[in-house]
Design a protein around this ligand. Structure first.
Ligand code: MSP
Length: 512
C-alpha cells in the first residue's frame, strides 16, 4: 500500500544574520513534527534553507566587505552546521542561489507573464529594506518602520506587477472554508479581517537591483525577493525538473513560521499558486514571537542567544526540548536564561533524570540489575501511563509543545508517586513478593516515556532505551507501538535482560 506523505517546511532564513535561537525555534519545532510523523509511518519530506537575494543581503555583504555570493556561501554553511549540531533531520536544504531554484523562478514567472497575470506599471512608495517590502504611510510610527525603527526609502520606478487583487474573493473563500487552514484561529481572523478591507496588486520586480534573479521577459529587472523566496517551497521538491518527487509531496501539509511573515504565506503565496494552476498548501501555522528578558532580541541590545550557547549549557537534547516548550507555541512569550534553567532543573534533572536514576539503581539493588518477569496482571500499570501520554500526544498533534511538556511532567510525577507509594525499599526488607512487579512496571514506564520523547530528545531516549536493557531499534519499536498501542502489545522490556545504571542524564545547573 502507498504510504501517506507529509511535507513540512520552515521559512528559508535570510543570510544577513547568523543562525540564532529565533531561527532554531521554528527549525526544531518542524524537526519534532517531522520525526513524529515518520514514527507514525508517514513518508516525510522536511525542507529548510536560506534566502539569499535582495537589497538587505547585498547591503550586509557590502558591510562585511565581501562579494555577495561568497558572503552567502559562508552564512549558508553556518545554518547547515547549526542544524546538524541540533540533530535536525531536514531531507534537503535549499538555497535561493541554487541554479535549479533560479531556473524554476524564471520558468514560473514566465508562465504567469504569458498567462497575463503579470503586467508593467509604475511604482511609487516607501520601501523598508529590512522588511524587504513596501509600506503605506499609515503603517509608519512617527515616520519610521514599526518593526525596524528605520526610515523607509522613497522609491519610484517602472516595474512589473502581479495581479493580486483579482484573487481576493477566492482567497476569502479558501481561507474561510478551511480549504487552506490558517492556525491558530485568531491569526485566521486577523488575515480575513485585513483581506476584507481590500487588496492591491503588488510589484514583483526591481529595476536597479542586480543581486536577484533576472526576469526572463525583462532582463533589466530582477525578481522581488519575496516572490523568489516563496517559490523555494516548490523548487525544493523538484517543481519543473522532478515531477515524480513534486507530485508525491505537493501540496505541502504544513508551512510553519512566525506571525511576522504570515501575510506573505497566506495571501501572496496562494495567489501565485492559483495563478499557476497549482494546488494550495493544506495548513499554515504561525507561532508567536519571543523576546529575551522582555526585550526584542537584537544585536544592538547584545541579547541575541546563539544555539551553541544553549547546547553548551544544556546539551543538545535538552536545548531542543526547552526551546520549544517554554511557553505556548501560538502565543508570544519571553525567554530568559533563568526560566530555561528553572525548567531544565525541575522537569529534566529532577523529574526525568532522577526517575531514571532511581529506577535503575533499585533494579540493581533488588534484582541484580535484571528485568523481572512480566507480571500477570489484568489491569496493567502501563494503561495508566498510556492514558496520561495520550493527552501529550494530542498536544503534539496540535503543535502545542508547551502542553506536551505539561502532560509529560504530569506523567513523570505519577511514576515518581508510584515509587513513593509502593516503596520498593520497604518491600525488599519485607520480602514482599510483589516487588518484581513494581520494578517491571517502572522499567516499562521508562520505555514508554522514551518513545514519546523520541522526537524531542532522540539521544536521551536512546540512552534510556539502552539502560533498560533493550537492544533493538527504538525507532522500529516506536513505529510498531504507535500503530498497535490500543491492543495490549507492549513488547518491552524483556525479562532477564541486563539493565545499566545510567550516567547522569541532566546534571543540575546552579542558578547563579
Ligand atoms: N526570508 C524570510 C522568509 C522567507 S520564507 C519564503 C524571512 N527570514 S528571517 O530570517 O527573517 O526569518 C524569519 C523567521 O525566523 C520567522 O518567521 C520565525 O520563523 C523565525 N524567528 C526569527 N526570530 C524569532 C523570534 N524572536 N521569535 C520567534 N521566531 C523567530 O523572514
Amino acid at each position: 500500500m502507498k504510504k501517506s506523505t507529509f511535507y513540512i517546511t520552515t521559512p528559508i532564513y535570510y543570510v544577513n544574520d547568523s543562525p540564532h535561537i529565533g531561527h532554531a525555534y521554528t527549525t526544531i519545532a518542524c524537526d519534532i513534527l517531522a520525526r513524529w510523523h515518520r514514527l507514525k509511518g508517514l513518508d516525510v519530506f522536511y525542507l529548510t534553507g536560506t534566502d539569499e537575494h535582495g537589497a538587505k543581503i547585498l547591503e550586509a555583504a557590502k558591510n562585511h566587505g565581501q562579494d555577495p555570493k561568497a558572503f552567502c556561501d559562508k552564512i549558508a554553511e553556518e545554518f547547515k552546521s547549526a542544524w546538524k549540531n541540533l540533530r535536525v533531520t531536514n531531507d534537503s536544504f535549499i538555497r535561493t542561489t541554487d541554479p535549479q531554484h533560479e531556473k524554476t523562478v524564471q520558468d514560473f514567472l514566465d508562465k504567469l507573464f504569458r498567462a497575463g497575470t503579470i503586467y508593467k506599471g509604475k511604482y511609487e512608495g516607501l520601501y523598508c529594506v529590512q522588511c524587504e517590502k513596501f509600506l503605506l504611510e499609515s503603517d509608519l510610527v512617527e515616520g519610521l518602520c514599526p518593526d525596524h525603527k528605520s526610515k523607509p526609502k522613497q522609491h519610484s520606478e517602472e516595474n512589473h506587477f502581479f495581479a493580486l487583487k483579482k484573487y481576493r474573493e477566492e482567497l476569502i473563500d479558501i481561507i474561510s472554508s478551511g480549504q487552506m487552514q490558517i492556525l491558530p484561529p485568531e491569526r485566521k481572523n486577523e488575515i480575513l479581517g485585513k483581506l476584507k478591507t481590500g487588496l492591491e496588486d503588488i510589484s514583483i520586480s526591481r529595476a536597479a537591483l542586480e543581486w536577484g534573479i533576472p526576469l526572463p521577459f525583462d532582463k533589466e529587472q530582477t525578481a522581488y525577493v519575496w516572490v523568489d523566496a516563496l517559490l523555494n517551497y516548490i523548487s525544493g521538491i523538484g517543481y519543473g525538473n522532478n515531477s515524480e518527487l513534486f507530485n508525491k509531496f505537493w501540496p505541502a501539509n504544513l508551512h510553519l513560521m512566525a506571525k511576522d511573515i504570515l501575510w506573505f504565506h497566506t495571501i501572496i503565496w496562494p495567489s501565485m499558486l492559483m495563478a499557476a494552476g497549482l494546488p494550495l498548501p493544506k495548513k499554515v501555522f504561525a507561532h508567536g514571537f519571543f523576546t529575551i528578558n522582555g526585550d526584542k532580541m537584537s544585536k544592538t541590545l547584545g541579547n541575541v542567544i546563539l544555539p551553541h550557547e544553549m547546547t553548551e549549557k544544556f546539551g543538545v537534547d535538552a536545548t531542543r526540548y526547552l526551546t520549544v516548550s517554554l511557553f505556548p507555541f501560538g502565543s508570544d512569550g519571553d525567554i530568559s536564561w533563568q526560566a530555561l534553567i528553572d525548567k531544565y532543573n525541575s522537569e529534566l534533572a529532577n523529574n526525568l533524570g532522577n526517575l531514571a536514576a532511581r529506577t535503575l539503581t533499585m533494579v540493581h539493588k533488588y534484582n541484580n540489575g535484571l528485568v523481572p518477569d512480566k507480571p500477570d496482571s489484568k489491569t496493567p500499570w502501563s494503561a495508566n501511563i498510556l492514558t496520561g501520554l495520550s493527552s501529550a500526544e494530542t498536544q503534539l498533534e496540535n503543535l502545542n509543545f508547551y502542553g506536551f511538556s505539561i502532560s509529560m511532567k504530569a506523567t513523570l510525577d505519577k511514576i515518581n508517586q508510584y515509587i513513593e507509594d509502593s516503596a520498593p525499599w520497604k518491600m525488599a526488607k519485607e520480602n514482599n513478593p510483589n516487588l518484581p512487579e513494581v520494578l517491571f512496571n517502572l522499567i516499562q514506564s521508562l520505555g514508554i516515556v522514551a518513545v514519546y520523547l523520541l522526537p524531542f530528545m532522540p539521544e536521551i531516549s536512546r540512552q534510556i532505551w539502552d539502560c533498560i536493557g533493550e537492544t533493538g531499534s527504538l525507532e522500529d519499536l516506536a513505529k510498531e507501538f504507535l500503530k498497535n498501542r490500543d491492543k495490549d502489545t507492549l513488547k518491552f522490556p524483556h525479562p532477564g535482560n541486563l539493565t545499566k545504571k545510567s550516567k547522569i542524564m541532566f546534571p543540575r545547573i546552579d542558578k547563579k
